[in-house]
Every structure is written in C-alpha cells, then in structure tokens.
Ligand binder design. Structure first.
Ligand code: PMV
Length: 308
C-alpha cells in the first residue's frame, strides 16, 4: 500500500490582488489534512472510496469531470500507464470542503503523490505543483495557483503568479485563529466579480491592487522582523481594501470586529470572501479567548494554528 498526505492552507495576505499579478502570502495549516492510500485490488477496475463525501464508486462510473475522477484520469494520461491497473484508492480528509482551506488542492496533491509512488512514476514537487494547478483550473476558473503551491511545498510561500516559487522562513512562530462563517461562497464568483469591477475602472482597481501588493511586502518584512503589532495593522488595512472590492460580507465583518474587540492584533477575511474564513493574529495566550469570542459572534468552526 502507498500512502500520502497533504496539509490544508490559509491565505494570510494578498488574496484577489494575487489573481492580478500582485504578491500574496499563504501558509500551510497542519491541523487539517487530506490522506490517500493506494493499493492493488483483487477486483477489476479502479475503486475510489471517499467516505467523507459519501463516495464509493468505480472510476468509470463517475463523470469524467468529477474532481477526484479527473485527477486519476489526468494522472493515468500523464504517466502513460499502458494498461489500467486494478486499484483501491481510499481518500480521507479532515479539511472542511469548500471552506477556503484548500481541501480540493490537498486531495489532488496527496492523490497524485500516492499514485505516482504506487505506479512507479517519480514526480518532483515542481511537477506535482504544475499538475495540481492544471486540475485546479478545471474546477476553479482562473486560479492564481497559490493553493496548489503552498500545499505542494507545505511551507509558507510568498507567491507571485507565473514566478518561480519563493518559500519564506518564519524564524519566530506566531499564532493565528481561523474562523469559518459557515457560509459557502464560490471563489470563482468573487474572482469574476472583482474582474468585472476592474474592467469597468482599471485605473482605480490597479491602484487598489498596488496598495495590497505593498501591504503584502510590508507584511513579509513584519514577519521577518517579528513586528506583530505592525502585522496586525497590516491585516486590518488589507481587510479594508477587500471590503472596497466587495468581497467581504456582514458575517465576515462581524467576525473580524469580534476578533478585534477580543484584543486580536488584527483581523481580516481570508481567501475568496463573501463567506468562508477570516483570520486573526493573536498573542498565543489570547488564542482561546479570541476563539470563544469568535464562536459567540457566530463562527461555525475555529482552528488555532501556529505559523512556523
Ligand atoms: O478561496 P480560497 O481560499 O481558495 O482563496 C482564493 C484566493 C483568490 O486570490 C481569491 C483566488 C486565487 O486563485 O488566488
């Protein structure tokens, strides 16, 4: 049997502007992960068992654009496996689906690595990343590629679309609280809406994207120089710009407000917005009380994670 797993991820700074060529910072979230076991099967076919999403099926009975089936089909095509092997593929995930924690990319990375190793088709991280990006494009329109990158490398990344990946070192770990609104909002739609805004007034939105890019660069410096108050302020500034871009929501704003009132150093939405997650930077000893305030303010799920 061959096993592989991949962590979740969260965007710290720069979402949306990253689609338009500005940098963004994202980090792995190891509290949640996707795991895949691949083994030879005694029954004919490629059997997929993903009980978390109630899926037990033979590959060819699934639509070819099914997120999991598309990974297997594309992998078999890529690796030029001549005759289809009989396989059992077991997929488990503790990453909530469609929650901005990168569940799709994590399943793709883990599944690709497990298949590659089981079928003796060695792949470098770069190849796994490029393959996962192609799969992300099938399901998410025009993604920047940040999710597949941070999940493949499982390290904090400073990401600029189309540039070679830059992992960055966090010398002094810091704590963030991630809270989910419980509202699922497709990233594809918020990305398309921001594009519509941009098309209607490119000068205005290019300026906003530049401001976000500037915040991202300052945030990286603040992390490297361990200036947590400044990092918190930068989160607040990034959130204001995301509000301008219409990708926040009353529920996200309420959680952001609750975190700030509970003495988080700063807070912002994270990811596609309109629903999904927000994050708050906290002193480690404040993590529990900020988490409780977030739950009281309506958060459906809260994760405390250390960025290392
Ligand atoms: O919704 P998430 O966490 O997958 O993040 C989307 C981030 C965007 O910048 C909005 C889109 C992208 O592809 O980078």
């Amino acid at each position: 049997m061959t096993k592989s797993s991949a962590p979740g991820k969260i965007i710290l700074f720069g979402e949306h502007a990253v689609v338009h060529g500005r940098p963004a910072l994202a980090v792995p979230v190891i509290q949640v992960h996707a795991g895949v076991d691949v083994s030879d099967s005694s029954r004919a076919g490629i059997w997929i068992d993903a009980s978390d999403i109630n899926l037990q099926a033979e590959l060819n009975t699934l639509p070819s654009d099914h997120p999991i089936a598309s990974v297997v089909h594309n992998f078999l095509f890529l690796s030029r496996v001549s005759s289809f092997p009989n396989l059992e593929i077991k997929i488990t995930s503790t990453i909530p689906v469609a929650s901005g924690l990168g569940s799709g990319a994590a399943v793709t990375v883990a599944l690709t690595r497990a298949l590659a190793s089981h079928l003796n088709y060695p792949m470098t991280d770069e190849e796994v990343n490029a393959f996962t990006y192609e799969i992300e494009k099938l399901h998410h329109g025009t993604p920047s590629g940040i999710d597949n990158t941070v999940i493949t490398y499982a390290k904090p990344v400073y990401f600029v679309k189309g540039r070679s990946i830059e992992v960055f070192k966090v010398e002094q770990p810091f704590t963030i609280v991630i809270a989910n609104t419980g509202i699922s909002a497709p990233t594809k739609e918020s990305v398309a809406d921001v594009r519509t805004l941009w098309e209607a007034d490119k000068v205005r939105w290019e300026t906003v994207f530049d401001e976000i890019g500037e915040i991202v660069d300052q945030a990286r410096k603040a992390i490297e120089s361990e200036q947590w108050e400044m990092l918190g302020d930068l989160m607040n500034q990034n959130h204001s710009l995301l509000q301008k871009m219409t990708v926040s929501s009353p529920e996200l704003d309420q959680l952001v407000e609750a975190a700030r009132n509970a003495r988080a150093l700063g807070a912002k939405l994270s990811g596609g917005g309109r629903g999904g997650n927000m994050i708050a930077l906290v002193e480690p000893e404040m993590a529990e009380s900020v988490s409780s305030s977030l739950r009281e303010a309506g958060a459906k799920n809260v994760i405390i994670t250390q960025v290392t």
